[in-house]
Design a protein around this ligand. Structure first.
Ligand code: FES
Length: 163
């Protein structure tokens, strides 16, 4: 399933993204990785090799930078990613219970699970006063519960299909 927000991976597009970064920025590896992920939603292995060659460093060097930054991913994102805050303030107001309820909802609904992907923990969204907090397709939600998450997922999916 592709993500409506991102185009399919294309080496030519990635080359066009990273060439000006390599030409103009000192230490361009991270910037290249971020540019590819911003455009395609992830950094495929082909891009790691491409960035290594363009920056005249080894693949291991690029991989080292890639693995250091938890927000960089090497697989395409789900269509409507859902991430629940796993930090303390949200845990104190039901975040742990919400995580379990969301896991059950996804376990009961294979389509929902496929649509939203793995709930990769995220630590503090800066919305602590309105916990538990979540990100639904990159949009911040406070006072999250399963019903509101499902509604937001449906809305994001509808918007993605309309795009
Ligand atoms: S702890 Fe969850 S938003 Fe800050």
């Amino acid at each position: 399933m592709s993500h409506a927000r991102y185009p399919e991976w294309q080496a030519e597009s990635a080359e066009a993204l990273i060439a000006p970064i390599v030409a103009n920025e000192p230490g361009p590896v991270l910037l290249c990785l971020q540019a590819v992920q911003a455009h395609f939603g992830y950094v495929p292995g082909d891009a790691v090799a491409m960035i290594a060659e363009a920056c005249n460093v080894t693949r291991a060097d690029v991989h080292g930078v890639f693995t250091f930054y938890a927000d960089l991913r090497d697989t395409a994102p789900p269509a409507v990613p859902v991430r629940l805050c796993a930090a303390e303030a949200c845990q104190a107001v039901g975040g742990r219970e919400l995580k379990a309820e969301w896991a059950k909802a996804c376990g009961d609904d294979a389509d929902l699970a496929t649509l939203t992907g793995v709930d990769e923990p995220i630590f503090c969204l800066g919305n602590c006063a309105l916990g538990p907090a979540a990100l639904v397709d990159g949009e911040l939600m406070g006072c999250a519960d399963v019903a509101r998450l499902k509604a937001a997922v449906a809305q994001a999916q509808a918007m993605g299909e309309g795009a």
